[in-house]
Ligand binder design. Structure first.
Ligand code: C5P
Length: 225
């Protein structure tokens, strides 16, 4: 099914630490397209739940707050700031703990349904690059271009370790490998929108590739963007 909505979309899905966020931002910048970090929405929702003392398994309440989530993305000088109810949560939502909490709320069908329209609203001219788990399969199934980016669990844990360090967040490599594996299992085995490549996605293993190589592969495949 190709797009009835003429605004083009490039979806980049994949597991945690595959490099999809970095590459999606790079491509969006080069093309001058909008960028949607869908994982940040689930991270912020989990943060809101913790802030308001809502159990991470309370599906009905979580879906309610998801619908009215006061979330704003601010892009300033290449820096994506994430605001929850007026507070800057950009750093706190990046911890592994926050990622794990996000993957718990993300497994709930009513929560995912409540966040669909919000994600569709990002489809604005001249185009959208989006990263997540179900961008090409569920949220934008009619996207013109779909990429599924992966890498070995060890490489992903190392990348995540480096990323967290750069953000000033202390972590431990072996704990990261365990966290990433736990999240992979939950994300790929859940009943709704499990992590998997769309049938029409370009699958790329980035374990041995640098950012520039991944970028070139994607641009070569999506040459008409
Ligand atoms: O991509 P990121 O690591 O920020 O995502 C955090 C969590 O949010 C993932 O582990 C996954 O459970 C969930 N997620 C999702 N669908 C998306 C994006 C993220 O379920 N499109």
């Amino acid at each position: 099914m190709k797009s009835m909505n003429k605004i083009p979309v490039l979806t980049i899905d994949g597991p945690s630490g595959s490099g999809k966020g970095t590459i999606a931002q790079l491509v969006a910048k080069k093309l001058g397209w909008h960028y949607l970090d869908s994982g940040a929405i689930y991270r912020v929702l989990a943060q809101a739940a913790i802030k308001h003392d809502i159990d991470l398994a309370d599906e009905a309440k979580l879906a309610d707050i998801a619908r009215d989530l006061d979330l704003v993305f601010l892009l300033k000088d290449d820096d994506l700031k994430v605001m929850l109810e007026g507070d800057d949560v950009s750093t706190i939502i990046r911890s592994e703990q926050a990622g794990n909490a996000a993957s718990k709320v993300a497994a709930l069908p009513l929560v995912r349904a409540a966040l669909l329209n919000r994600q569709h609203d990002f489809r604005q001219a001249p185009g959208l690059v989006t990263d997540g788990r179900d961008m090409g399969t569920v949220v934008f199934p009619d996207a013109e271009h779909k990429v599924y980016l992966t890498a070995s669990a060890e490489v992903r844990a190392q990348r995540r370790y480096k990323q967290l360090k750069e953000k000033g967040i202390e972590s431990n490599l072996s704990a990261l490998v365990a966290d990433i594996s736990e999240r992979d299992v939950r994300d790929s085995q859940r009943e709704v929108a499990p992590l998997r490549p769309a049938t029409d996605a370009l699958e790329l293993d980035s374990s041995a590739l640098g950012i520039e190589d991944v970028y070139k592969h994607i641009m070569a495949k999506c040459g008409d963007m």
